[in-house]
Design a protein around this ligand. Sequence first.
Ligand SMILES: [Zn+2]
Length: 286
Amino acid sequence: MKPTIPEFSPPADAAARRAIRPVICYPPETLPVPDLASYRAAREGWVKTAEVIVPARAAASFEVPAGHFFRITSIEGPQVGDLNLFSADLSERFYSGKTRALHGTHLSTGDRLWSSFPSLRPMATITADTLDWYGFDGDGGSVHDVIGTRCDPYTHCLLSDGGQYHHCCHSNLTRALAAARGLDLPAAEALVHDVLNVFMCTGFTRDTGQYFMKASPVRPGDCLEFFAEMDLLGVLSACPGGDCGSEHSSDMARCFPLLVETFRPSAPPAGWASPPANGYDRSHGG
Ligand SMILES: [Zn+2]
């Protein structure tokens, strides 16, 4: 956090230095643009193949073959979901930080979820977001962020004088991944990563730059829909923070389950092919 009273006085040209115009680090027009029209056309006549209910304060896993869709839906009440994505063979994981750098702090329709190095390729593309009307509110908050990490028992222990809580999203994801792939808990925990905070409403305070959350605008029936660019294992935690309007890492908030459904299109989107691994040759100048 920046100091209220700085230790050092500003230089004579401080105003000029601050007035330099920002440059977008990764202009989105330099990325390949997904053909949303053909993705959406592929939904015509799709067949639902599975559904999973993620219980409140727990996580569940689901498999999505490349070329299929999956949809996360709010049911029963406002609830935030913490999503991890893995390639089916676990060799690639969702890379929240790079996705943020490429698409911004909060995701919506047309944005991609990118995988870890060295593959760095789209794992999934968002094809529908019923909360896209929310945009950015007056506090600078928005939904579906890639700025938080996931609630976890280590931070909770640190901030609560040794408190032990076992239903943070990090632990929920760890247990569900372990069960999905027959891993022991330490092996699964090592693969759990920063999430897409589905339905969560977050931002940074303008004056201090602190991470904030506010009650999610999600209501039953709202959904976020994805197209799987590769064979995926998804793991979703229904955060113990519920709508994340007050606190998490406890059993205090009212929590609800989430629904995950998968769909098989009658034919792949026109012109679509599963993205190849990144083209960098990995010689690193050595
Ligand atoms: Zn959580």
